[in-house]
Design a binder for this molecule. Sequence first.
Ligand SMILES: [Zn+2]
Length: 423
Amino acid sequence: MFDVREAVCRAVEAARDEIVELTAELVRIPTVNPPGEHYADCARFLGRRFAAMGLEVEYHAAEGRPEHTEARPRLNVIGARRGSGGGPTVHLNGHFDVAPAGGGWSVEPFGGLARDGRVWGRGACDMKGGLAAAVFAIEALRRAGVTLAGTVEVSGTVDEESGGQAGVAWLAEQGRLAKGRVDYAIIPEPLNVDRICTGHRGVWWFEVEARGRIAHGSMPYLGVSAIDHIGAVLEAVRTELQPELAKRTTRMPVVPAGSGRATLNVNAVAGGQAGQAVQTPCVADRALAIFDRRYLVEEKYDDVRAEVVALLERVKARVPGFEAELRDRMLVHPTETPAGSPLVSALQRGIREVLGREAAIVASPGSYDQKHFDRIGGVPHCVAYGPGVLELAHQPDEWVAIDDLVASAKVIALATLELAGAR
Ligand SMILES: [Zn+2]
């Protein structure tokens, strides 16, 4: 009996060397972000591949975004194959920007070396390997002779590593990666080949600036030290707020488990005349602390913020002359794929068939482009699923296993087949 799912898997298997080669070729384009190098080269390279596969190709430059400049254009690319009609649109999205290489490498970071069953280099894991797997998931459906009712699309987008404003967020704002155009989105970020990631915690970045009064350093009692006041804030954070947060756990299956609770990281502290070449005989009249609060889907942002306002009130009540201002820097709400999403069950079935084991459902410790699909695009049926070991992202000697590239391409192809509907 002819089994279409088996035929699709065979088509992926037959493309093993091509998947490796595409991953390596993508690694060789050093799309380092910041600042966002070689984006246009990478987008055009992918666009030519999409065209060769018979996909309709669209280029989307992030017009109007300040980071989209002549020197460093923010160019996104989409390839689409229209369905025969009546089916949903399945969109596979990968960011092609990569973190800077950094030091400590034993292989050439942008060499695209394939050795020992792995492809090595910056971006091999996060996430050019996943992008290559997505491309061949779509190509395998064509090679297996499948006609789909729904449309399938694959995109390469920019700037995920710096927030995705000119990438997925911009395409969602334009209505392109949004409700009405996209029904299901799979982002092959490296969350491991047998795990489906259904969202992430919220992120609130904020800063507290304390203001004191300058005085001579030999008579500090005549001034007010802003550093002492920031010190009082940090002490209250450490002894009052952080123990409270550690008690709050989420029902979302965040990995690693340590991130399955509310957390607050003191990101930076600066005060006085630090950084100047010569020490001055002065009391610090200004000090700043920057914070990174990760909050749970069970917490409300208004409460999260009010908690910090209340902490500053308590410090003010016990520290004479305390003056501080709270300022917001960035806010990303938590996001979560709806329970019972057909997208999750389609991937679960694919993982069971390809790997012979049950998928783990996880949530990511940090945020990624799912927030833009959900919050801006109104596409809640979005997950991250792709090859690569999460902990290797942004590390030296980053790699992706070739077996995982092939397995994830099969899983994505099978899920796409199920969602878009074979005719
Ligand atoms: Zn990534």
